[in-house]
Design a protein around this ligand. Structure first.
Ligand SMILES: NC(=O)C1=CN([C@@H]2O[C@H](COP(=O)(O)OP(=O)(O)OC[C@H]3O[C@@H](n4cnc5c(N)ncnc54)[C@H](OP(=O)(O)O)[C@@H]3O)[C@@H](O)[C@H]2O)C=CC1
Ligand SMILES: CC(=O)C(=O)O
Ligand SMILES: [Mg+2]
Length: 756
């Protein structure tokens, strides 16, 4: 089956599967009791109605208006499909609604209006306006679109934007600035050919002019060919771009041009036309769904082309999806009365700048590549980049305030940034963010072992860039450099070359230190110490023992206990009064839950169980969280089984050694984690609040339960963290993901704040 046919079938199946379409409405307030209904509806609902009657601005306080946008179309220019009517435009409008929601948390009512007369259409939209915080006009053909937008902007005091005009202009301008930078061309000097003279083309070209493009270097073509001075029957917008030129066709126009902007129809550009352009041509074939020239055909035709389309399935998607969600987010958040040019230019700059920053791991994974970097194939951020919401929306909100169209002034930008991130991310992301904030408080030096591995190197890049810690790369220098080059990674970090470190002058001091410390404890000659330190696990751990760095992360290429056994040869754990154990952190919707011991002590004794609880609780305190420890068993406060009696004895020990620690058991996990259920035990030290530390009676049950929760509950986790050592040393699971390494490094860094 051809690619097109497959896509057609998949798209029809996607839309027709139950429930049909792409959007539903979900209540946001409780609605399960009679009391709830008497508040949601009659009689309670009358109260907010009367408040709004007194002060119409209160509709933002008592209704969802402030976060509700209308996506309105009359179906006259639907994508590049043309005038297919209001009815047929609905899938696109629902699609815009979906994108508004997933990328900016904005609710949308899509409204398809069967009216092509501009005056009547304007009246209809105006009469609907009280429902909405903003209006996104979509797929309305030129020239009517210009008049419709102009009048609605003037006559309504909520933000109105015709997406095909300004959304497209903003994105394509950001991409154009970056493409020009890559091809080392000057916007004021390049010859630009624009195919299309409709809503999108006119508005985009106006913005390029505002950014420095020279009017005499721009040739615009519509369905009848080049728009030249003297051509009859041109509307005002087209007249604005009429130039003196002998060129009459798109083919003529494209000769010796530098930039092609396609906002017209599919397959209008031939390979010959592309070949007639200057060196390093920039081609934005943005018609949807079929570009003016196919992506692959363009690249087969010439290698030096910087190519973009409006589609998701090729690199460089220049599509207004990168704009409208964030532009409206910023505008709604400051209750802007307009979306003006200052706000649009701020969005252009934010987008162009973002493309030059390193790409987050989550985006790289979504596109199944190893790295993306500013260049020919990456001139503009990807839609799944979750930095867009902060970068673009904040820039837009700020520009709205500075240009005087905001009714709500943001002063605490850090808090606004947090609000945006909270709006989009789940609790798990919020928890990780808070850990990162804590780690950044006191920048620690963290040694990352096996740094020649891509995942470790990429994690190091993120750790350095986000200033979570200062990474030191431990591994083979030649391989580290090779991986860096292969994946185009730039990392600011010192390298410790494990292959040459022992040939260096000061290596002796490590050998002597280890020998002096561990003689009579298994290392009884300098030669033995020397040999041990050629192993990177041992060497890394010794660096922390000797305080040459603050934290050590290893384990990527080994199994957990092999790494641990190496480390324990070097660190002084026997002097530690605590139990060496490990904990996993589940990032539940109610906050982090710490589970121990998940990997080391198979069947701990009473004393060991108490010690595991103690080191875990201490670690939780270090993170700034008050530990509430539940000692788990298969029954609640009954002591019927041997297992439960072990747990009860451990609780007693803990009560003696740590009288202030909130700890109790034996209790079942479902009770310990549920506020209502735990309050059944009024005598318990947990005092009606759920626990956040779960100590299992043995390692197997802890390990299996954690895996079960992660798999069935799709809960994210961090860990395991290694507890009970005097130093911050942690072991990642073999082949951990980049995200797992970064998260564990974050906790290791906080651990190092305390363990000096
Ligand atoms: N990638 C993106 O983000 C976006 C892409 N677009 C795409 O841009 C295109 C235009 O959309 P929009 O401006 O809203 O629609 P309009 O209906 O307002 O404009 C369409 C324009 O295309 C011109 N055109 C039609 N056929 C030809 C042809 N054979 N040669 C040259 N020009 C031609 C029309 O010419 P005439 O004036 O003579 O009728 C008209 O100027 C669509 O394909 C749409 O999908 C739009 C918005 C965003
Ligand atoms: C992307 C878009 O809005 C269009 O093609 O019309
Ligand atoms: Mg559109």
């Amino acid at each position: 089956m051809s690619r097109e046919k497959k896509l057609r079938e998949a798209a029809l199946e996607y839309h027709s599967s139950k429930p049909e379409g792409k959007i539903e409405v979900i209540p946001t307030k409780p609605h399960s009791t009679q009391t709830d209904l008497s508040l949601a509806y009659s009689p309670g609902v009358a109260e907010p109605c009367l408040e709004i009657q007194k002060n119409s601005a209160d509709s933002y306080k008592y209704t969802s208006k402030g976060n509700l946008v209308a996506v309105i179309s009359n179906g006259t220019a639907v994508l590049g499909l043309g005038d297919i009517g209001a009815d047929a435009s609905k899938p696109v409008m629902e699609g815009k609604g979906l994108l508004f929601k997933i990328f900016a948390g904005i609710n949308v009512f899509d409204i398809e209006v069967d009216e092509t007369d501009p005056d009547k259409f304007i009246e209809i939209v105006k009469s609907l306006a009280p429902t909405f915080g903003g209006i996104n006009l979509e797929d309305i053909k030129a020239p009517e679109a210009f008049e419709i937008e102009k009048r609605l902007k003037a006559e309504l005091n909520i933000p109105v934007m015709h997406d095909d005009q300004h959304g497209t202009a903003i994105i394509s301008a950001a991409a154009l600035l970056n493409a020009l930078e890559i091809s080392k061309k000057n916007i004021a000097k390049v010859k630009i050919v624009v195919s299309g003279a409709g809503a999108a083309a006119i508005s985009c070209t106006r913005l390029y002019k505002a950014l420095g493009a020279s009017p005499q270097n721009i040739l615009m073509c519509d369905s009848k060919g080049v728009i030249y001075k003297g051509r009859t029957g041109l509307n005002d917008e087209k007249l604005e771009f009429a130039v003196d030129t002998p060129d009459r066709t798109l083919e003529d126009a494209m000769k010796n041009s530098d930039v092609f902007i396609g906002l017209s129809k599919g397959n209008l550009v031939t390979p010959e036309m592309l070949l007639s352009m200057n060196e390093n041509p920039i081609v934005f074939a943005m018609a949807n769904p079929t570009p003016e020239i196919d992506y692959n055909l363009a690249l087969e035709t010439r290698k030096d082309v910087i190519m973009a389309t409006g589609r998701s399935d090729y690199p460089n998607q220049v599509n207004n999806v990168l704009g409208f969600p964030y532009i409206f987010r910023g505008a709604l958040d400051v209750r802007a009365t307009d979306i003006n040019q200052e706000m649009q230019l701020a969005a252009v700059k934010a987008l162009a700048d973002l493309a030059k920053q390193n790409v987050p791991e989550q985006v790289i994974q979504a596109y199944h590549v190893k790295n993306m970097k500013f260049g020919r194939d990456y001139i503009i951020p990807k839609p799944f980049d979750n930095r867009l919401i902060t970068k673009v929306s904040m820039a837009v909100a700020k520009a709205a305030i500075d240009s005087g169209v905001a009714q709500h002034i943001i002063t605490d930008w850090k808090a606004y940034e947090e609000e945006l991130l909270d709006r989009m991310g789940g609790t798990d992301e919020k928890i990780i963010r808070q850990f990162k904030i804590k780690a950044k408080d006191n920048l620690k030096r963290i040694v990352l072992n096996n740094a020649e591995e891509y995942n470790v190197l990429k994690a190091a890049q993120i750790i350095a860039e986000e200033k979570i810690a200062q990474p030191i790369l431990l591994g083979r220098r030649d391989l580290i450099e090779k991986t860096k080059q292969q994946y185009n990674l730039e990392i600011e970090a010192e390298i410790l070359d494990i292959d040459t470190v022992y040939t260096q002058q000061d290596f002796k001091k490590y050998v002597e230190y280890l020998y002096n410390k561990k003689q009579r404890k298994g290392i009884n000659s300098q030669q033995q110490a020397n040999q041990l330190l050629k192993n990177s696990d041992n060497f890394g751990a010794l660096l922390i023992e000797m305080r040459e760095a603050d934290s050590f992360l290893t384990g990527f290429t080994k199994n957990y206990t092999d790494s641990l056994n190496q480390i324990l040869k070097v660190v002084d754990y026997s002097e530690s009064s605590k139990k060496v154990s490990s904990a996993m952190i589940l990032l539940s919707k109610n906050g982090p839950v710490f589970i121990a011991d998940t990997s080391l002590n198979t069947d701990p004794s009473i004393e060991e169980l108490a010690a595991i609880a103690e080191v875990t609780a201490n670690f939780v305190k270090q993170l700034g969280i008050e530990p509430r420890v539940a000692m788990l068993s298969h029954e609640n406060f009954s002591g019927n089984s041997k297992l439960s009696r072990k747990v009860i004895e451990a609780v007693k020990l803990l009560n003696q050694s740590n009288p202030d620690l909130i700890v109790d058991g034996e209790i079942q996990p479902d009770y310990a984690l549920n506020e209502q259920l735990v309050s059944e035990f009024s005598f318990s030290k947990l005092e009606s609040k759920p626990a956040n530390v779960l100590i299992f009676p043995d390692m197997i049950s802890a390990n299996l339960s954690t895996n079960l929760a992660k798999s069935l509950g799709s809960i994210k986790s961090i860990g395991p963290v290694l507890l009970g050592l005097d130093k911050s040393i942690h072991i990642i699971n073999r082949n951990s993901s980049v995200e797992d390494i970064v998260n564990l490094a974050t906790l290791a860094s906080i651990d190092a704040h305390v363990k000096k």
